[in-house]
Design a protein. Structure first.
Length: 130
């Protein structure tokens, strides 16, 4: 691409950069909180909480991102009954996909704590969630 073409299209490129930054920022924040909840649900002792989280995580992690984007963009309007904005469907798809990976990171972090450290924390008066 020549320098003149870049200069000519600079407003469009900057607008695309702005939309990309918004999409990434919103998706990252939402994915973090959803992934944190799913990761904690994944290590729960309650089967009614653990199994749905496990199914969600494994199904989404086993599905390519492009399929999640297609499902959200084409299937959600059918289920909801009215069209959804492309930006909203992209944020939803990225959030659904990334939260499953963050949930596995949270689960691995929780399960990596040695048993002796957990016992020491309980002995010093902390409860399970602290």
């Amino acid at each position: 691409m020549s320098f003149e073409v870049v200069i000519k299209n600079l407003p469009y490129l900057l607008e695309g950069l702005k939309v990309t930054a918004q999409l990434a920022g919103i998706s990252i924040v939402l994915s973090f909180f959803l992934g944190l909840l799913l990761g904690m649900a994944r290590v729960s002792k309650n089967r009614l909480i653990r199994i749905p989280a496990l199914l969600y995580i494994e199904i989404v992690r086993g599905t390519p991102l492009i399929m999640v984007i297609f499902w959200v963009f084409f299937l959600t309007p059918i289920l909801v009954g009215h069209p959804i904005q492309p930006f909203t469907s992209a944020v939803t798809a990225f959030t659904v996909f990334t939260s499953a990976y963050i949930a596995e990171i949270v689960r691995a972090g929780i399960q990596s704590i040695p048993g002796g450290q957990v016992e020491a924390a309980l002995a010093s008066g902390l409860n399970y969630w602290q």
